[in-house]
Design a protein around this ligand. Structure first.
Ligand code: SF4
Length: 397
């Protein structure tokens, strides 16, 4: 059955609330939904309904194509001057002796470890410490690009940029231009959490505000550059805070068109100051992906970090609006595992990622950071079956 046919069947359901039917009509006709309709989806819409709408949009935009990349992370430090309540890197939880603080040479050694591997991206993000300042990161980006010009440098969030620019007494526009000149090519989506101060002040008080986060991305986009955006959900926020967060992103995207991907990040409650807050269910995670896909009509991609939500939920998410499941990672990130993610040593071979996508009938595409196709795996056969081979799921099509 055609995906749009699914949508028509759903709209003919006599039990469907009229206001949900109106939203389905809008989706079918490629119209934007309002703030209130976004909240209504969170409050009233069931998973099956959301999946039909989100999958319709996903397949209109990308068909079965499902993206991943080959990347590795560098986390300069797991110590931080800030004290975000949801974070297992925060200063209250860590003694300096428990942590690592990589030097420039140590970070360059990590890059060199990948010299003979076909990775396309280094993703650099971690805690905030005073020694990592504008001169340090400028030199780091420059030396990475000198060593390996084809490696895309995706690095730091507005949390770090706000801190280092303030220390250097330079404005955001000047600072982002300096970073671009040093070799920075895109900025990841982190540090966004929940923009609304009612929530942000309780969970991430001291670091950059929501407006500052958005201003830094806007300056970056004005340079003709691309970035991503995240939302940390499933803790103390209300549904309308999530919609407010996405609304601010949608408005900035209307102005600049610089965002590529929206990445909902599930709050995890291990080893942080919010361990008493229960985590969201998988059903809620899937609903959230789907609503993001429906709300953010001007974002090309919705991404699920497989390392954060587990491989099986990542597979499921591909039917709820997600078209990208991130990268091979090569066990180079501790951010997810320290917060309690299922994957404690996250790494997947390209073959495993491809088969994970193919096993649910989607079309795997290895992309670079800017979504250029590196390899189309639709008809590609590997010499051996990947081990372990992931299970087929009873996925709704
Ligand atoms: S979330 Fe980021 S800014 Fe906040 S404590 Fe953790 S590493 Fe620092």
């Amino acid at each position: 059955m055609e995906v749009s046919e699914n949508l028509r069947v759903l709209m003919n359901d006599p039990q469907l609330l009229p206001e949900l039917k109106d939203i389905a009509e809008k989706v079918l006709h490629h119209q934007r939904i309002s703030f209130d309709e976004g909240v209504l989806l969170y409050e009233k819409a069931e998973l099956g309904y959301l999946g039909v709408l989100a999958n319709y949009i996903r397949e209109q935009k990308h068909g079965d194509k499902t993206y991943f990349n080959r990347n590795f992370h560098i986390e300069p430090t797991n110590l931080c001057v800030y004290d975000c309540k949801f974070c297992s890197y925060s200063r209250l939880l860590k003694q300096r002796s428990d942590g690592w603080e990589y030097t420039m040479e140590e970070m360059l050694d990590i890059v060199k470890k990948y010299d003979d591997q076909p990775v396309t991206e280094v993703h650099i993000v971690g805690g905030v410490l005073p020694q990592y300042d504008v001169p340090f990161y400028s030199e780091l980006f420059t030396r990475i690009k000198q060593h390996r010009p084809d490696l895309h440098v995706k690095a730091l969030t507005p949390v770090e940029y706000h801190y280092i620019f303030k220390k250097a007494k330079i404005d955001y526009a000047t600072g982002m231009k300096m970073m671009k000149d040093a070799g920075l090519e895109s900025i990841p989506g982190g540090g966004a959490e929940i923009f609304h101060p009612e929530v942000r002040d309780l969970i991430a008080k001291d670091k950059c505000t929501g407006d500052q986060w958005l201003d830094i991305h806007e300056e970056w986009h004005k340079l003709g550059m691309r970035s991503n955006a995240t939302m940390l959900y499933g803790h103390i926020e209300k549904y309308w805070h999530r919609v407010d967060h996405m609304e601010r992103l949608r408005q900035l995207q209307d102005r600049t068109g610089g965002f590529q991907t929206f990445i909902p990040l599930k709050f995890r409650n291990q080893d942080n100051q919010m361990s008493n807050v229960p985590e969201s269910t998988v059903i809620e995670d899937l609903r959230n992906y789907a609503i993001a896909r429906i709300y953010l009509d001007n974002f090309d991609h919705i991404k699920a970090y497989w390392a954060m939500i587990s491989r099986t939920t990542a597979q499921l998410s591909l039917n709820f609006g997600v078209d990208d499941i991130d990268g091979t990672l090569d066990d180079t990130t501790k951010i997810y595992s320290m917060a309690g993610a299922e994957e404690q040593t996250p790494a997947m071979s390209t073959q495993e990622l491809v088969e994970l996508i193919k096993n649910i009938g989607r079309h795997p595409i290895e992309r670079d950071t800017l979504y250029n196709v590196v390899t189309d795996y639709k008809d590609h056969l590997f010499e051996e079956t990947a081990k372990p081979n992931y299970y087929k799921l009873p996925v709704i099509n």
